[in-house]
Design a protein around this ligand. Sequence first.
Ligand code: UDX
Length: 468
Amino acid sequence: MHILFFSRFFFFFVFLTIILSSKGFASDARCYKIGVIGTGYVGLVLGTCLAEIGHTVTCCDLDTRKIDSLNNGLIPIYEHGLEELVIKNLHDNRLFFTTEVAEAIQSNDIIFITVGTPESLNGEANLDFVFDTARTIGKNLKNPKTIFVKSTVPMGTVQKIKEIITNHNHFNTPFEIGYAPEFLREGSSVNDFMNPDRVVVGAENPDTASLFKKIVAPILKKGAKFLSTSIASAEMIKYAANSFLSVKISFINEIADFCELVGADVDEVAMGIGLDKRIGAEFLKPGPGFGGSCFPKDTLAFLKAAEKNGTSLHVIQAAVDVNDFRPSKIVDRLETMLGSFDRKKIALLGLAFKEETDDVRASPALKLMEIMVKKGAFIQAYDPIAGTQVQNDSPNFEVKASLIEALAGVDAVLLATPWKEFLEFDWTKARLLTKGDLFFDCRNLLDPVTMNEATFELIQIGKKIDRF
Ligand code: UDX
């Protein structure tokens, strides 16, 4: 009788374990009530992914229209796989969107700060939103909480946030604070969140770090490394990581220029050095320079922070200088080939700062466009997704609705963003549309053999061209 009872119990337990693990929940995984303040890029991805791994998440923002559309499953950005996850987790009642920030702070045990830190006029990170959020948290601290800062903030900011919260904490409620830097890339942020190389958290109290570890336990289970540091180190890690990657890009871009002079091929060189594990193969793709909402802003903020602390970051300064000069170098090369831009029609392919995003912030494509327009060119641009994001106030610049329209009658083509659509396009047919045969692929995306067969004169970055 006893044996029968226990064997039934045992099989029930095994069945329950299989069901739970098939839903992605580890037996030791705990579900927390989490509030996320700020539904920009980082907050929206973070909140949605935390819901997806089993937590109950309330994302807040003061923008009523944004919250209304999010509640209807409509997301304000183009990000692969995100909309499906928002809809799924809204439906499963694990994800909520609200404008009631005070209520969200009071009713959740863990709060993430993910508001923006845009670039100020002098290049420093603007911390107004972060400090406003700290005041709101302080005023609404009615029961103990742990607060994690995710916004990218300069060294020493988390300490200031702690002081602001303390100064407004009139109930003297205990709270803990940590800094959890974000390493998501636009266009692949959901995958990056679910499968990171590492998760870093900075905290004063070891319990805060271990709470964070529990929150991300389902992700760590897949093999990501977990690193717990001091708050100052975590703040530094975020800026140092983005700056290091920026240095890598500027480095390969300079090597590409050198390759052009001596007949070397930068793609072969990148492979040859990248296979050395000490160097690594990633972020060695030459191009028109780094853009987007992070690298340009974060490198500048890092330089400013160093200056404020009485030191200089020469290597990072050099990477920024190389990057600033990059678009004009590319335009100069095209100008040499064309003779002049005066009254020349150029097809600009891609406007987003990189593929798989509609983000045009600090996009090298827009810088290329501005320089060419100044030199007298007329630009017909096309981007599969980002066309509507560009403000068009120049009569010499037109955003076309299709690639075919952008190519019609142009003297030359300049490919600025490596979209898959460009890779899959029938360039033999396209050649019938263009007037000239010059094609500058400044992402080294297209196959030279295919382009030569299509009778384009293909120019790539970091490769010698005999004709010129
Ligand atoms: C970056 C960081 O990668 C991410 O960890 C951080 O959290 C936010 O900033 P993101 O700006 O989304 O992410 O894009 P990323 O893929 O890093 O590219 C940044 C820029 O560098 C783009 O303009 C891209 O085209 C350029 N780039 C990247 C190169 O020119 N060459 C490369 O090899 C890699």
